[in-house]
Design a protein. Structure first.
Length: 207
């Protein structure tokens, strides 16, 4: 499936949550937050007033998670197929796979202002894992992996601003010292700030 290239705010308003598509603190981000509860479209929601079906709820949760991490349908389904093979809570395993993506880790470490930029930094060979360049955004980071940027990459204005910022918070399952970060352990569900019902996603694919 081709990547969405339309207005980013439209996706966030469709799902009713901040998808992290705009730089936090920017005017565009502030404008989005004010309009999150307003569905996209000139006249708001149209069509039938019928009660949404179970399928529609499941679909919305799946779309919400997929857009939050910025990946396509085929890749998202593959993560589900991996998660379903692991003993335990399939939905939580799915989210763990998504959170462990290299582009997401770069974003969570505050080395990039958005996941989109984190993906670009990775694919353009700016990111190192254990001191080796790794240009695969979907790479599954493992506990103990050390993530850093090439020296020249740290001079990119948006990146430099984040590195110089002293008050940014890093998730407890990650640690960062200056421009170098490390994945200490896998995240727990309560540490993943995605407002989604992952069980509905499991039900969607289990139909």
């Amino acid at each position: 499936m081709s990547r969405y290239t339309g207005p980013k705010n439209r996706l966030a308003r469709r799902e009713g949550i901040d998808l992290g598509l705009k730089t936090s603190g920017s005017k565009a981000h502030a404008s989005l937050l004010r309009r999150l509860n307003v569905p996209p479209g000139q006249h708001g929601p149209k069509g039938s007033r019928r009660k949404p079906s179970d399928y529609s709820f499941q679909l919305r949760e799946k779309q919400k998670a997929k857009r939050f991490y910025g990946i396509g349908e085929k890749q998202f389904r593959n993560y589900y197929l991996k998660a379903v093979k692991i003993k335990g809570n399939t939905g939580e395993h799915l989210l763990t796979y998504l959170e462990s993506r290299l582009d997401n880790i770069v974003y969570r470490l505050n080395l990039a202002p958005t996941r989109t930029m984190a993906r670009q930094l990775t694919s353009h060979r700016h990111v190192l894992v254990n001191d080796k360049i790794l240009s695969i955004p979907s790479y599954q980071v493992k506990a103990g992996d050390v993530i850093s940027l090439k020296p020249k990459s740290m001079n990119i204005p948006a990146v430099k601003k984040l590195i110089d910022e002293k008050n940014l918070l890093t998730p407890k399952w990650l640690e960062r010292k200056g421009p170098v970060g490390k994945m200490v352990r896998l995240p727990e569900r309560t540490e993943i700030d995605l407002e989604v019902n992952e069980q509905l996603i499991v039900e969607f694919y289990s139909r």
